[in-house]
Design a protein around this ligand. Structure first.
Ligand code: PLP
Length: 378
C-alpha cells in the first residue's frame, strides 16, 4: 500500500499529462510559457481572488509575501507551534522574529485564544513590534479565519494564509487560499494539488502587493527583465510543471476532492469509536492533505506504527517535534514559557497520519482500519 498513491493518479491521467508534457517539449518554451499564465488565471478563478502569482515552491511563496509587506528586523510574526518548519523558517530568514503559538488539539490549527494572549504579551514586552500572523491550514482544514481576522484587525496585523496543505478546503463555500490578505500554496508532489517537482503560488486581491510579488520573483524586475528596480529572487514555476498542473487541476476539481472526502468519511466511520479522529468544524471542508489520528500516548502511537509496518501499511508522524523545540529556533524561544505549548507538545507524541489519497478504495481503508483495531484490541 502507498501512503499517497501518485502512481495510480498518474496512470489515470497519463494520456493527458503525457500530451501536455510533449507539447512543452515540442515548443521548448520551458520558462514563462503560455501554460504558466493560463494556470495562474485558472487558479485565481478557482480560488476566487484577483491575482495568482506562481513561483518555485511553497516556501518561496511565503517569503515573497513577507517581502511584499516589508517584514524584517524588529518585527514579530505569530505562527502555530505545530506545523511544517517552512511556515516559520521564512520569518527568521527575513530577519523578523517568529512567535510560536499553541494549537487546538482537535483541529490541529492555531488556538485563537492563545494567539490573542501571545500578541498582548509581545506588546507588553516592547522588544518586538507585532506585524503579521501566519495562519496554517494544517492537514487540509482551513484555520479559523473569522476569529483570526477579528484579532488581526484589533491589533493591526497582516494575515498570511499558509495554504500549502489547504488548497481545495473551504469555509462556508469560500475557498482556501482566499482567506489571507495574502495566501500561499505549495505544489510539492504530495500536497493536495501537486506537480511533478517543486512549485508554489501566491494569491491576493491587492493590486500593489501582486505587482511587488511578481517583481520580487524575477530578480526585482521593473518594466522588463533587464530593468531591475529592487533586490528579489529567482522563483518561477516552470512551464512543464504548469502544463502538468493544468491537467491535474481538472482532475482535482472534477473528482479528486470529492473522492478524498469520501475516503475520510470511511475512515472516520470505522475509527471514531476506537481512536481520536480528526475534527472538521461546522461549515468547514478539508482537502485532506493528511488523515491524522491521535492515540492515548507516545508508546501506543509508536507501537501502532510498528504494527502497521509489519502489515505492510505505511504511516507518518506529522510532526515529531514542535517548532519551539527545533534547534534552529533555540534563540527565538523563552524557555521559561515552554509550558504554553502543551497541546502542540502532546500532539507530537500522539499523532499518526494514515495512508490518504483520492484513489484509495474501500478495501484499502478496511485493511488499514482493521489493522488499527487489531492492534488496539490486543
Ligand atoms: C509543504 C509546506 C510548505 C512548504 O512548501 P514547499 O513547496 O515544500 O516549499 C510550507 N508550509 C506548510 C504548512 C507545508 O506543509
Amino acid at each position: 500500500m502507498e501512503f499517497r498513491d501518485l502512481k495510480k493518479q498518474y496512470l489515470m491521467l497519463k494520456k493527458e499529462i503525457d500530451a501536455s508534457i510533449q507539447n512543452v517539449l515540442t515548443n521548448t518554451n520551458f520558462i514563462s510559457g503560455k501554460q504558466v499564465f493560463e494556470l495562474e488565471e485558472k487558479l485565481a478563478d478557482y480560488v476566487g481572488v484577483k491575482h495568482c502569482i506562481t513561483c518555485a515552491n511553497g516556501t518561496d511563496a511565503l517569503q515573497l509575501s513577507l517581502m511584499a509587506w516589508g517584514i524584517g528586523m524588529g518585527d514579530a510574526v505569530f505562527v502555530p507551534d505545530f506545523t511544517f518548519f517552512a511556515s516559520a523558517e521564512v520569518i527568521s530568514l527575513m530577519g523578523a522574529s517568529p512567535v510560536f503559538v499553541d494549537v487546538r488539539k482537535d483541529t490541529f490549527n492555531i488556538d485563537t485564544e492563545k494567539l490573542r494572549k501571545s500578541i498582548q504579551q509581545v506588546i507588553e514586552e516592547k522588544q518586538f513590534v507585532p506585524k503579521a500572523i501566519v495562519a496554517v491550514d494544517l492537514f487540509g482544514q482551513p484555520a479559523e479565519y473569522d476569529k483570526i481576522k477579528e484579532i488581526a484587525n484589533e491589533f493591526h496585523l497582516f494575515v498570511l494564509e499558509d495554504g500549502a496543505q489547504g488548497f481545495g478546503g473551504e469555509i462556508s463555500g469560500k475557498k482556501a487560499c482566499s482567506f489571507g490578505q495574502i495566501s500561499t500554496t505549495s505544489f510539492f508532489p504530495a500536497k493536495p494539488l501537486g506537480c511533478y517537482g517543486d512549485g508554489g503560488a501566491v494569491f491576493t486581491d491587492n493590486d500593489e502587493w501582486a505587482d511587488l510579488i511578481a517583481s520580487f520573483r524575477i530578480h526585482g524586475k521593473g518594466s522588463f527583465k533587464y530593468d531591475n528596480v529592487r533586490i528579489g529572487m529567482n522563483s518561477r514555476l516552470d512551464t512543464l510543471q504548469a502544463a502538468i498542473l493544468l491537467q491535474k487541476l481538472y482532475a482535482f476539481k472534477e473528482y479528486e476532492l470529492d473522492n478524498v472526502n469520501n475516503v475520510a468519511e470511511m475512515y472516520t466511520e470505522r475509527l471514531r469509536e476506537i481512536v481520536e479522529v480528526p475534527v472538521i468544524l461546522d461549515g468547514y471542508l478539508s482537502s485532506w492533505a493528511q488523515y491524522t489520528i491521535r492515540l492515548t500516548n507516545g508508546e501506543e502511537r509508536n507501537g501502532l506504527q510498528k504494527y502497521l509496518v509489519e502489515k505492510g501499511i505505511p504511516s507518518m508522524i506529522y510532526y515529531p517535534k514542535p517548532l519551539h523545540k527545533q534547534a534552529a529556533f533555540a534563540s527565538c524561544v523563552d524557555h521559561e514559557l515552554e509550558d504554553q505549548y502543551q497541546s502542540a507538545t502532546e500532539l507530537c507524541e500522539k499523532v499518526l497520519s494514515l495512508p490518504m489519497h483520492p484513489y484509495m478504495t474501500e478495501d484499502n481503508v478496511r485493511v488499514v482500519t482493521d489493522s488499527v483495531k487489531e492492534f488496539l484490541n490486543r
